[in-house]
Design a protein around this ligand. Structure first.
Ligand code: UDX
Ligand code: UDX
Ligand code: ADP
Length: 470
């Protein structure tokens, strides 16, 4: 088997595969990196002459500008990409199953399996196959079984697990300076050799003490565990934010004081309207499903509460909006600032904004939406999916998409901050105030704005996790 990697193929040009392999290409000019995808439009966007890339990620364009055409290529020729490579990342989507066994919880591994079977079918030399998909649940073991059952003479497959820990919005800096790179392999001589081959790719820019090598299943479980524990911190701080609101304590002060304990640490303790993103809920539900299938119901119940709390936080926030606006928002215009699940990304998967807007719709409010990055079509698709019984045309009678924060706030009764975009802190709040109906309300779901400053302008301000209201 190959011990020195010179050609890498990445199957899947999405949020994970694209940035990860673009950075590998940038940092390893001696390795040819080919990213393949079945989706022609996506590949075309990666190849766009104007660098209109399919995902928005600070710093990504610069990386692609440097490496594309040099040793970084994007193509729909999946089979050729597989055949050429000595190492293949499988970075395809793993959505939550919508039907069948484990619906709503288990990962749909159909895409992983199809990609794996494709590798088995077309490979004509030995390959290191690396699982990098976002939901690893003993996936590597299934991949190994499929590949071994289909291997040809002189064609061996070594499977590695190499979960990706990048966060959207900071993907490029996370990839440049990862806290750690985790590689899982079988603890056989061949497994360890494959592990070393991948480790030496990362060693081109990652300090070796940050490259951790473990068993295959530990690696996969660590990814689920890391996301579950991160999400749990947010649900914990959000649970405390409810106590703060009911008592007059301030969640910022509480988080600051708690985070000063070096055993807890200060990061990732920002109370919010709820976490979103493609990973947290999905990974926890996978952990729940896994625990149940291992006959560990107490463990399943424990992790499930993290998601239950997150749903509660979103519902609690929309209820606060209705309660504060004199118990009815029927016919009232509400400006929702931010639609992405966090700042600095155009990604809307599981965005709390979707839930809030759906709640406002069902209260018969009129909603204006502004987000600096999310495409209009994406917003309509998300809102349609959230209210499957409502035709899009009726949604569009209630909801408008605006092209600036100021336009969204015009003639509104209330402004709801759903995403922590920096520009919302810097908009001209005096002008926003002048354009709004009075009393003018602001609901800060992200602890973003200076509430005192806004109150001085005349706004009635409600902030997550603060007792004193308005
Ligand atoms: C997460 C993990 O951080 C990353 O390591 C993993 O690889 C993928 O999942 P991501 O979902 O891209 O990354 O973003 P993250 O920054 O973790 O935020 C997730 C959600 O939690 C966002 O909605 C964010 O707004 C929210 N959040 C985060 C909070 O509400 N409070 C915080 O303190 C931090
Ligand atoms: C704790 C808090 O640490 C301290 O800040 C507070 O003032 C009082 O409560 P204490 O109970 O004395 O202190 O000891 P601690 O070291 O926190 O351990 C508490 C329990 O957790 C022990 O039974 C310990 O064995 C257990 N523990 C601790 C673990 O099981 N695993 C760990 O990683 C850490
Ligand atoms: P992630 O967030 O995990 O990166 P994405 O949905 O953004 O997920 O990207 C996954 C990509 O994988 C999609 O662009 C999809 O078209 C691609 N894909 C899925 N199955 C295959 C396959 N068998 N061969 C090539 N590409 C695939």
């Amino acid at each position: 088997s190959a011990t020195k990697v010179t050609k890498i193929c990445c199957i899947g040009a999405g949020y994970v595969g694209g940035p990860t392999c673009a950075v590998i290409a940038l940092k390893c000019p001696h390795i040819k990196v080919t990213i393949v995808d079945l989706n022609q439009a996506r590949i075309d966007a990666w190849n766009s002459p104007e660098f209109k890339l399919p995902i928005y990620e600070p710093g990504l364009e610069d990386v692609v500008r440097q490496a594309r055409g040099r040793n970084l290529f994007f193509t729909t020729e999946v089979d050729k990409g597989i055949q050429e490579a000595d190492l293949i990342f499988v970075s395809v989507n793993t959505p939550t199953k919508k039907s069948g066994v484990g619906a709503g919880f288990a990962a749909d591994l159909n895409y992983v399996e199809l990609a794996t079977r494709r590798i088995a079918a077309v490979a004509n030399s030995s390959k290191i196959v690396v699982e990098k998909s976002t939901v690893p649940c003993r996936t590597a073991e299934s991949m190994r079984t499929i590949l071994e059952a289909n291997s040809k003479p002189n064609c061996r497959f070594d499977i590695l697990s190499n979960p990706e820990f990048l966060a959207e919005g900071t993907a490029i800096s996370d990839l440049f300076k990862p806290d750690r790179v985790l590689i899982g392999s079988l603890q056989t001589a061949e497994g360890k050799a494959a592990c070393n081959a991948l480790a030496s790719v990362y060693a081109n820019w990652v300090p070796t003490e940050r490259i951790l090598t473990v068993g295959l299943w530990s690696s996969e479980l660590s990814k689920l565990a890391a996301n579950a524990m991160l999400a749990q911190r947010i649900s914990s701080i959000n649970a405390l934010s409810a106590i703060c609101e009911a008592t007059g304590a301030n969640i910022d002060e509480v988080a600051h004081a708690v985070g000063f304990d070096s055993r807890v640490g200060p990061k990732f303790l920002r109370a919010s309207v709820g976490f979103g993103g493609s990973c947290f809920q999905k990974d926890i539900l996978n952990l729940v499903y896994l625990s149940e299938s291992l006959h560990l119901p107490e463990v399943a119940e424990y992790w499930k509460q993290v998601v239950v709390m997150n749903e509660y936080q979103k519902r609690r926030f929309s209820k606060t909006v209705v309660d504060t606006l004199f118990n009815t928002i029927t016919g009232k215009r509400i400006a929702v600032l931010g639609f992405a699940f966090k700042a600095d990304t155009g990604d809307t998967r599981e965005s709390p904004a979707i839930t809030l807007i759906r709640d406002f719709q069902s209260e018969k409010a009129l909603v204006n939406i502004y987000d600096p990055q999310v495409e209009q079509d994406q917003i309509w698709a998300d809102l349609a999916e959230a209210s499957p019984a409502t035709p899009l045309a009726s949604i569009q009678k209630q909801v408008s998409i605006c092209d600036s924060a100021l336009a969204a706030c015009k003639n509104a009764e209330a402004v709801v901050i759903a995403t922590e975009w920096k520009e919302f802190r810097e908009i001209d709040w005096e002008e926003v105030y002048r354009g709004m109906n009075k009393p003018a309300f602001v609901f800060d779901g992200r602890l973003l704005v200076d509430a005192e400053k806004l109150r001085n302008i005349g706004f009635k301000v409600t902030t997550i996790g603060r007792g004193e209201r308005l």
